[in-house]
Design a protein around this ligand. Sequence first.
Ligand SMILES: [Zn+2]
Length: 449
Amino acid sequence: MSLRAFLSRRVVAGEKVCPAALLVEGEQICDVVAPDEVPAQAETQDFGNAAILPGLVDSHVHINEPGRTEWEGFETATRAAAAGGYTLLVDMPLNCLPATTNVTALEAKREAAQGRCRIDWMAWGGVVADNQCEIQLLADARVSGFKCFLVHPGIDGFTMVTEQQLRAALPHIVRTGLPLLVHAELPAPIDAATECLKDADWSLYHTYLESRPEEAELAAIRLLLTLCREYKFRLHIVHLSAGKALSELRAARSEGLPVSVETCPHYLHLSAEAIPQGATFFKCAPPIRSRENREALWRGLRQGTIDLVASDHSPCPPQMKRLADRNFQSAWGGIASLSVALPVMYTEATERGFALNDIARWMAESPAKLAGCQMRKGRIASGHDADFVVFDTESEFVVREDRLYYRHPVSPYVGEKLRGVVKATYLRGNLVFANGEFPGEPVGREYRR
Ligand SMILES: [Zn+2]
């Protein structure tokens, strides 16, 4: 097998950023060496000052196939992801039809993905009101873990769980040893707040924000921490938006509870104050909150209370955003960002003194650990898959619709100037994206934990 060497002055390998060469044989990294140690027979490519980061892992994506391929799909989601520097997506069990709540549905998803993926993928299984007996079967079929909602997920066909239903599921989840990812908002504070907003102006973002108060997240997180203490299951809070919850999460971690936390690029970049009237493409749940709250989330990352950043890429057909109605109540909630998440994060992180290795930890290593693929994914290290992204940190670009690459180019980031350009993405040694092109056949496949 021929040996290839990929060099850069800034290779992000673990906590180090230094001049190095990745030695790649077939699909794997066989070594990481100093540039002057590259064997003479290696076919060499030097990326100079552009950084080489591990291929990003997104542990929170709604691909929506099978069943709602008109919303997104494996072909378009993995294309956008490759352009964004991702090499592995973990698909959420809802918005596709059937939802991934049993093995038959999982097999249908595997069938749909066949031959369509530009990058690798894994599947989360769903925990709903009445599928406790499917949990072990899904684990045996090698899902990465499970996802549930404590509030209505905004779509029928995937039921939320009450505390009682969650208690019925937890012993089964504990037996699998897999993580449970939870959408942590409780309905009661949302219902109460919404009740008071009957006559409010729903074209204003502020109305929507008031309808989903931080208390909904706080109450859900308190309940989950109590259950975590009782059942000792591996708990993961998805898309934390309420900075107020950080102190309790920090305390839970120092108590030794097995809890991890994610937030998303949109909570770290956007702020409620700047969202224009009627701009429903900013709607997501939980909502984007104040500027001050955004800075609290950055402190959460700095202190390590927030472990990782996932996109929660959740697209829909443009008409579901109700842009003509300008109505934040009826619009679909979800922000698609696979192709721009890395530059969004780089732009914000460098302003706050973070480095490339922080981004690699948040967007590659920690999500890989959560999904259970950390032996092969999420790091530049010998024995790992040769998944990496060449990232030009010096260049800036303006987000345009033709650079989004997912099915419906709707995005709150359009028109923004961002720092950092993905020049190329390699999946298991194969070039899957370079300068706006997607060379070769789709070689992505499912990775099973
Ligand atoms: Zn989601």
